[in-house]
Write a protein that binds this ligand. Structure first.
Ligand SMILES: [Zn+2]
Length: 107
């Protein structure tokens, strides 16, 4: 009798970086705005952008950002916790396993 009961634990945790070419969407993609801006989910404790840039990653700093428009408010609610890469300017949502920086949105 096969034992499959352990299959539900940490299924999304660590994936080997194998078939990157077959994945057109960025990792941790949350949404893509009408103007093409990518919104990603921060991995835990992430402080720098991990967007690929050629053979390297962007590594720009993620800064709390308040310059969003109505589209962001519709998607994530009023006063959302949004970070933006200071280099490539893609957007990040906080990781849900981390406490919100404001303390008011700790859902
Ligand atoms: Zn970046």
């Amino acid at each position: 009798m096969p034992d499959t009961t352990s299959a539900t634990t940490e299924a999304t945790a660590a994936k080997p970086e194998a078939d990157e070419a077959a994945v057109p969407e960025p990792k941790n993609l949350v949404a893509r705005l009408a103007d093409g801006t990518v919104v990603k989910r921060r991995i835990k404790r992430q402080r720098a952008c991990d967007e690929p840039m050629g053979k390297k990653i962007c590594a720009g700093h993620l800064k709390r950002w308040y310059g969003y428009g109505d589209e962001i408010v519709v998607m994530f609610g009023r006063n959302p916790e949004i970070y933006r890469c200071e280099r490539c300017q893609i957007l990040f949502r906080p990781n849900e396993s981390e406490t919100a920086r404001t303390g008011t949105l700790a859902f």
